[in-house]
Ligand binder design. Structure first.
Ligand code: ADP
Length: 775
């Protein structure tokens, strides 16, 4: 529908305008009146007209002036002007009208038909112009649209061609375009209803959301890494970039899964290396590594170790406990498969676990169902090898992540296996060396001498006890032949029993051996093993000496007991005789013998008892503060009751002696023993002196005689049990060899010291030092 044309009628006289309206009425135009040139110009400013009918003669601005102004204005210059005039038919007037831009010149009075016809032409012309203009505009619009469409199409096809995801969004971040690649990858519908939270990994939503919100707020470029869920339900890593544009955002998402995986693999290997290196408990660390692997590089991780030639599962990891429980059902067939895989040292990579691959596991019906439910995708098994020995394997499996293992993953698994194997090897070596060094430490600690002699007869081990017993240092034995170290080895070795293998019982034999001129009694036995023979031995020299002494003792004691018994028996028999009349004096003497010999017997028996109780550590010591003078006096007085005629006993207790800390009964016994010995071993008679003096924080007792004396070499040994200088009693002085032993033990228990100073033939002085009571 065409627009209604407007006609501007300009005349200063209303009746003329009225007449014009009447004439033009049938033209169906919008007739606009103006009563002056100025008004006409004003009208022209705001409205568009198909033609102007302009009266020439007007007060103020006349028609010509008005026309000139109209022609000067760009927007109005093309409007046809019809001059209407009653005068000036002359040529000059008309010329002026035309030069002012008139298209026609009409004289009043008009012929209404002609006027109407002429104006109608202009209206039509206008309408055509308008139509053309409209068409032009339309055309321009269409062309523009076409151009735009074309550039959009090109842009989109470009966007669709790139391997990345491309999208655009409006200024508020609402996505209004996504390229083909996006739909391909995500498999999401094109209905435009998808929001990004629908396809970004739930774990990445928070961070990505925050970054996007920040970018929107500040209108700055965005960079974010997130996982996108793909059509098959798996996720892949993308690097998202969004740039603000004039009217919104344009964004891209680039697949960085490979880079991410490589990074993850590197990070995982670094972590695994750290974990493996951090402890020597390799079972624990391998389990830790399995945990580390899931889900970073695998959905499942199994570590299996050979124990006694049989593969056993050390660790199985999966993020989901339920699936883990299910997978345990598959353990036996899986271990069997892994055992086969470990026959080569190369990794076994299965990219796609299809039905055929599943079948190779020989699952039973039930297991097959479980395996299908767990939907493993691909796996790689690598053996754990150290020093050419396969001692287990690591298996990585993908499932729900949808990852498909390739060569790089196999390389990763191999690297991991290398780390793990080294760690296990280290741990084992350490354990072994720890075990050995423990064994070595134990060997050093045992009291028995242990010597290892190799098959060539060379000493390879000589422990501390061996050194202690023999007095030969380890350095002087290692690497040397045993016959060069042990004197007369050829003779001795056949007498030492050797078990043919460890654990076989053998009885140790006692043999005499000589080391550095010293004869030892050694009880030894050996065990043969592949490297040679281990000898273990102990020093029986002391035991041997003790045995000897015991034998001597039996002889001595028998003699010691027999002598008084014989005297008692003889005296008693004599008294009982009825055939002779005994002189009462002799009768008394015989009774005296019975009494003193009984006393002697009692002393011997008492000594034996005390020694026995000392050995069993059953002699209680109760120390108190005693008066040493009082004790010494009572000892001397008792001794004086049965003195041989040639001996005198003297007491020397000066004033101011400190009280002594001792068990009075036991100290009394010690002093009695010493005084009795002094008397006994002074066969030629002479003085025996018991003196008491103050020592340094101690009280010192000294028992001196001028008798037989003791050679220096025996000063220590006389205190040993049963030890006697003259066991055969060539001097005729009896004894059990227990007296000084008892003295030593009692003094030791009272925190004191006992020693002797003596020279053979010049008498002896025995000293007893005991702690003084604090004053
Ligand atoms: P017994 O006197 O019963 O033989 P002891 O243990 O008392 O045993 O003494 C051990 C040895 O020490 C004695 O056999 C003796 O040879 C020596 N002996 C002890 N006291 C003296 C002493 N006063 N003078 C010389 N020798 C002594």
């Amino acid at each position: 529908m065409s627009e209604q044309a407007k006609l501007l009628l300009v005349d200063d006289r209303a009746e003329n305008l009225l007449a014009l309206e009447a004439i033009l009425e049938p033209l169906d135009a919008d007739l606009v009146r103006a009563s002056s040139g100025e008004e006409a110009l004003r009208r022209l400013l705001s409205e568009e007209f198909a033609a102007i009918l302009l009266d020439v003669q007007m007060p103020g601005m006349d028609g010509f002036q008005t026309a000139e102004l109209i022609k000067q204005r760009e927007r109005t210059r093309h409007i046809p002007i019809l001059f209407l005039t009653a005068i000036s038919k002359d040529a000059e007037h008309i010329f002026r009208g035309y030069s002012a831009g008139a298209v026609d010149y009409l004289m009043k009075p008009f012929d209404p038909l002609i006027l109407r016809a002429k104006v109608a032409v202009f209206i039509e012309l206008w309408q055509k112009t308008v139509e053309i203009r409209r068409r032009d505009a339309l055309l321009a619009e269409q062309e523009l649209a076409a151009v735009e469409r074309e550039s959009e199409r090109r842009y989109r096809s470009l966007a669709d061609a790139v391997p990345q995801i491309v999208w655009t969004a409006d200024a508020d971040g609402v996505v209004n375009y996504r390229n083909e690649r996006w739909y391909e990858l995500t498999g999401l519908p094109r209905d435009g209803k998808t929001v990004w939270q629908d396809f970004v990994h739930p774990e990445d939503v928070a961070v990505t959301g925050a970054t996007w919100a920040e970018a929107l707020r500040t209108r700055t470029p965005l960079d974010a890494e997130y996982r996108i869920r793909l059509a098959d339900g798996t996720y892949r890593w993308f690097l998202g970039r969004a740039l603000p544009t004039a009217d919104g955002w344009v964004g891209t998402s680039t697949d960085i899964e490979d880079r991410k995986l490589a990074e993850e693999r590197q990070a995982f290997l670094a972590d695994a290396g750290w974990v493996l290196g951090s402890s020597l408990d390799y079972e624990q660390t391998l389990a830790d590594v399995a945990r580390l692997a899931v889900p970073r590089v695998a959905d499942w991780c199994a570590v299996d170790i050979f124990v006694d030639g049989k593969l056993q599962r050390l660790a199985l990891e999966h993020a989901d406990g339920l699936k883990l429980a299910l997978a345990r059902e598959l353990e036996a067939p899986m271990l069997a498969a892994v055992t086969v895989a470990t026959r080569t040292t190369e990794p076994v990579l299965v990219t796609e676990i299809d039905e055929r691959a599943l079948a190779s596991f020989r699952f039973d019906e039930n297991q097959l169902e479980i395996a299908r439910a767990l939907a493993p995708r691909s796996y790689v098994t690598v053996p754990l090898t150290a020093r050419g020995e396969v001692f287990g394997s690591v298996t990585l499996v993908t499932a729900e992540s949808g990852r498909v293992y390739g060569e790089e993953d196999a390389a990763l698994a191999q690297e991991l296996a290398l780390h793990a194997a080294a760690a296990i090897d280290n741990a084992r070596l350490y354990a072994e060396s720890e075990r050995r060094s423990r064994a070595a430490r134990a060997l050093e600690a045992v009291g028995d001498g242990v010597v290892l002699v190799d098959r060539a007869g060379v000493i390879r081990l000589w422990n501390t006890a061996a050194t202690t017993i023999t007095g030969v240092a380890e350095a002087d034995t290692l690497g040397r032949k045993i016959e060069d170290v042990v004197h007369r080895w050829q003779e001795i070795s056949p007498r030492i029993p050797v078990a043919s293998k460890p654990g076989e019982p053998v009885r140790a034999e006692t043999v005499p051996v000589e080391f550095g001129g010293r004869e030892l009694w050694i009880s030894g036995s050996g065990v043969g093993f592949e490297e040679g023979t281990v000898y273990a031995f102990r020093d029986l020299t002391e035991e041997r000496a003790l045995e000897e002494m015991k034998a001597d003792f039996v002889a001595t004691v028998s003699h010691e007991l027999r002598t008084p018994l014989a005297a008692i028996y003889g005296s008693a028999q004599t008294i009982r005789r009825t055939d002779i009349d005994l002189d009462p004096k002799i009768h008394d003497q015989l009774l005296g013998v019975i009494a003193s010999e009984s006393d002697r017997l009692g002393t011997i028996v008492n000594d034996l008892l005390v020694a026995g109780r000392l050995d069993a550590d059953q002699l209680p010591v109760t120390v108190e503060h005693c008066d040493p003078g009082e004790l010494a006096t009572s000892v001397v007085e008792a001794a004086r009751t049965h003195l041989p005629e040639s001996v005198v006993v003297e007491l020397d207790v000066p004033e101011g002696i400190a009280r002594v800390v001792a068990d009075p009964g036991q100290l009394h016994q010690v002093l009695v023993n010493l005084v009795d010995n002094a008397i006994k071993y002074s066969p030629g008679g002479g003085p025996v002196t018991l003196s008491v003096s103050n020592g340094d924080g101690a009280v010192l007792f000294a028992v001196a005689d001028t008798g037989l004396g003791i050679p220096a070499s025996e000063h220590r040994r006389i205190f040993e049990k049963f030890y006697r200088l003259d066991p055969d009693m060539t001097r005729g002085i009896g004894g059990t060899g227990l007296g000084l032993y008892i003295c030593r033990e009692l003094v030791r228990r009272m925190d004191g010291k006992i020693w002797v100073e003596s020279k053979l033939g010049e008498g002896s002085t025995f000293f007893v030092e005991l702690p003084a009571a604090e004053r």
